[in-house]
Design a protein around this ligand. Sequence first.
Ligand code: NAD
Ligand code: IPM
Ligand code: MN
Length: 361
Amino acid sequence: MEYRIGLIHGDGIGPEIVDEAKKVLDAVCEKYGHKFEYTNLLLGGASIDVHGVPLTDETIEEAKKCDAVLMGSIGGDAKTSPWYKLSPDKRPEAGLLKIRKSLGLFANLRPAYLYQELKDACPLKEEIIGEGFDMLIMRELTGGLYFGERSTVEENGIKKATDTLTYSEPEIRRIAIRAFDIARKRKKKVTSVDKANVLDSSRLWRAVVEDVAKDYPDVTLEHMLVDNCAMQIVHNPCQFDVVLTENMFGDILSDEASMVAGSIGMLSSASLNETKFGLYEPSHGSAPDIAGKNIANPIATVLSAAMMLRYSLDLDKEAEAVENAVQKILKDGYRTVDIMSEGCKKVSTSEMGDLLVKALE
Ligand code: NAD
Ligand code: IPM
Ligand code: MN
């Protein structure tokens, strides 16, 4: 089959990790007889450098013509990069938020899975991780604090900054339905995470999630306060299946969960709307501290590409083949530096990509 894939290389380590994921996708095409036609799209700092803005309307239109978009990460070092001399609405991150909102990508899936092979990279004790864990963080992605009204004013010489957190019932309902649908195909448990002991938005969140749960009697629902959840992820990650939460909490909890799974370099993500289309990106950032060194872990991006094959292109067998290739390489003891442990073989970003391609063949 023929598919049209948008590629956003992005900033920092973005181009390095996208190149490796593309190698893997090309190997998938070769093996299964598909054709991927790639369109390069600019986002973040790379777009600022060319167009002066982090995302143009033309890029959004180009992205809409694709079956799916695979992206690296965007952004730079806030202290040294000239992009951060621009007003906040012109910085790289504003482009990312705009593309999510413009394409209606409200459902962000972030699977935190501990490969048995990576037990040594997990900072938790053996007795805590046991047989390993497999949680899926479902993060609401187009509402909440990220998209509320904000302002900075000065009154009587005192500066005051405000951000607002708003959720409407339909916004909560649609992400909750997604979470329950997915939980049904997994271990049938949803942990809805909020701060309902303080926030009105969380109280509405909890009420709507409970209402949605009525249509899923086969799925167990539990509520958990976000501070407790942050603690439970390191105390007992095996208790979780689907973790449903709002935008900001999901951002923070997913970085925490990634480390428990070995490294932020392992955490893939899919951002989906109501259609088959999706934007696939690792959960981590552009890692300016290691950019250009060929040491970044490309696996989060490769696994995001696998999610793309599964969710947007319906290529389940191909997605599984990519996931198996990752597992095989880890089993064979190959590690980028972030997941390195004793007795393993240290490889670079590009060597990891080559090994994955070989494992696929
Ligand atoms: P980061 O995720 O880029 O880096 C945090 C730490 O994790 C760094 O030490 C980095 O070297 C390491 N790391 C990240 N990805 C790695 C990988 N694949 N392999 C090995 N190590 C990896 O977070 P940050 O430093 O807070 O942010 C840097 C920039 O990235 C900022 O501009 C931020 O806004 C942006 N950012 C973008 C995205 C995105 O595009 N989706 C996500 C998060 C942060
Ligand atoms: C992520 C990132 C983004 C977010 C930033 C770069 C705006 O941290 O995708 O997790 O907070 O959503
Ligand atoms: Mn984040």
